[in-house]
Design a protein around this ligand. Structure first.
Ligand code: PLP
Length: 501
């Protein structure tokens, strides 16, 4: 393919993407294909001679499109958002076009240097403690990784190496293997699966501790677990605190956990994968209280901050610990600029690095801080609107509502909520998933797509009501006929409750 054909192909592909996003609302949010659908549509072997790009693009429509779950659909309300914005898509395209691998400063100076500046911009935007920033006087710094899962693992490995070095500096007679065999990590039982996985991969016992009735890990619980482990001769090493858990977006009590970690010399990692974006809005920064105790902090611009996957921001209070844990040198990697700019390969697992800072830069410049704040506030307001709709219907109850995520259920037997969810999933008009809160099934309703508007929230609520009506044996409401509850949704939650009494 020459550059002339590339221009034609790429322009057609850009048109295809723009048409797709403009029309994604009209597609069923969930794919209707069955497992192995694709192997029947595609040859067993690659073509011997090259094909025309037009045929390939046609096959995207014929073979790929039917098998997509439409994450950008305004009817997608499952998991947490995964960002997709036009500036970030162009950033991805350009990064692919440059075709560099940023394995060292000299391998592509702009890769490293833009990342340093972007991590400063982003850290300032969140109002992180100054020590975390690359531009601070001290050893702190920020780096972009692929995912929050990777970051939790990287921080665990760093904590592990630091703990071994600290102990051996006082007790050189104790072997590394003996220390490593005794290390323990802690997090809450509401943590993302990736936290448990980090323990598995890093060969460190991970205790998933119980939470309070708000889904928060409290200091007393951590302290008790540490005490028990120390009595057994084990060595507390690593704590992962959540600012925004996956099931309900609960915030662990960082201001209680922090002092314990400091006193016990335990590495405190903060996982704010989803909710971290909200700290760009000053009114949500109180939720970061206790951040000054953290050794590392992470959030995913690829979730809520309009930067396409993958882009996970990690800051370390002292990045030297990370570099010491991960530094493996080779003659072919050395260059004369060592020390003047971070060699980010020592800050991550892989050697090669993508140019993720480019899409971050595009998003920050093209949306501006105000554009991102507007996006976050708009999505939180939509979730509040949904919460009010749920509150207004006496059949339902809201279990939690935090930062764009509403967890709710049908009152009465748990089997009703499970059935409701099953039926809604079968209809495929919206996509939601389930969670657990206080040992019970809840439906998680998140505002995910940047295309979601009030009318889509109304649509989703009608969907739940229609299915609930069917389950109750009532006449099914038509989808395009608004439910009467929507008319009162502008009222405060309290007023609605009074009205429904
Ligand atoms: N941590 C939390 C709190 C999450 O909600 C998630 C995903 O939703 C993750 C970690 C994992 O994120 P990633 O897919 O970037 O690994």
């Amino acid at each position: 393919m020459d550059s002339k054909q590339f221009r034609e192909f790429a322009k057609a592909a850009v048109d295809y993407i723009a048409d797709y996003i403009d029309s994604v609302e009209d597609r069923p949010v969930l794919s209707g294909v069955s497992p192995n659908y694709l192997s029947e549509l595609i040859p067993d072997e690659p073509p011997q001679t090259g094909e025309a790009w037009q045929e390939v693009l046609q096959d995207v429509d014929r073979i790929i499109m039917p098998g997509l779950t439409h994450w950008m659909s305004p009817h997608f309300h499952a998991y947490y958002p995964t960002a997709c914005s036009f500036p970030a898509i162009v950033g991805e395209l350009m990064s692919a076009g440059f075709g560099c691998v940023g394995l060292s400063w000299v391998a592509s100076p702009a890769y490293t240097e833009l990342e340093v500046v972007m991590m400063n911009w982003l850290g300032k935007l969140l109002n992180l403690p100054e020590e975390f920033l690359n531009c601070s006087e001290g050893p702190g710094g920020g780096v972009i990784q692929g995912s929050a899962s990777e970051v939790t693992f990287v921080a665990l490995l760093t904590a592990k190496e630091k703990k071994v070095a600290d102990i051996r500096s006082v007790h050189p007679e104790i072997s590394e293997a003996e220390i490593k065999g005794k290390l323990v990590a802690y997090s809450s039982n509401q943590s993302n699966s990736s936290v448990e996985k980090a323990g598995l991969l890093g060969s460190m016992t991970m205790r998933l501790l119980p939470v309070d009735d708000k889904g928060q890990l409290r200091g007393g619980t951590l302290l008790e677990a540490i005490r028990k482990d120390k009595e057994q001769g084990l060595i507390p090493c690593y704590v992962v605190a959540n600012l925004g858990t996956t099931p309900t977006c609960a915030f662990d009590k960082l201001e209680e956990l922090g002092p314990i970690c400091r006193d016990e010399e335990i590495w405190l990692h903060v996982d704010a994968a989803y909710a971290g974006t909200a700290f760009i809005c000053p009114e949500y920064r109180h939720l970061m209280k206790g951040i000054d105790y953290a050794d590392s902090f992470n959030f995913n611009p690829h979730k809520w901050m309009l930067v396409n996957f993958d882009c996970s921001a990690l800051w370390m209070r002292n990045a030297k610990h990370l570099v010491e844990a991960f530094n493996v040198e080779r003659i072919y990697l050395k260059d004369q600029h060592k020390g003047l700019a971070p060699e980010y390969r020592h800050w991550q697992i892989a050697l090669g690095r993508r140019f993720r800072a480019l899409k971050l830069w595009f998003v920050l410049r093209i949306y501006g801080v105000e554009g991102i704040q507007k996006h976050v506030r708009g999505q939180i307001a939509l979730a509040k609107f949904f919460e009010d709709l749920v509150c207004a219907d006496p059949r339902f109850e809201v279990c939690t509502s935090n930062m764009g995520l509403v967890c709710f259920k049908l009152k009465g037997d748990e089997s009703l909520t499970i059935k409701l969810l099953e039926e809604v999933q079968k209809r495929k008009n919206i996509f939601v998933n389930t969670g657990h809160f206080q040992g019970r099934h809840v439906i998680r309703f998140a505002i995910c797509s940047r295309l979601t508007e009030r009318r889509h929230v109304e649509f989703a609520w009608n969907e739940f009501c229609s299915v609930a009506n069917i389950l109750e044996g009532r006449k099914m409401e038509t989808m395009d006929k608004p439910m009467p509850t929507i008319e009162i949704a502008n009222m405060s939650c309290q007023k609605i409750r009074e009205k429904s009494k």
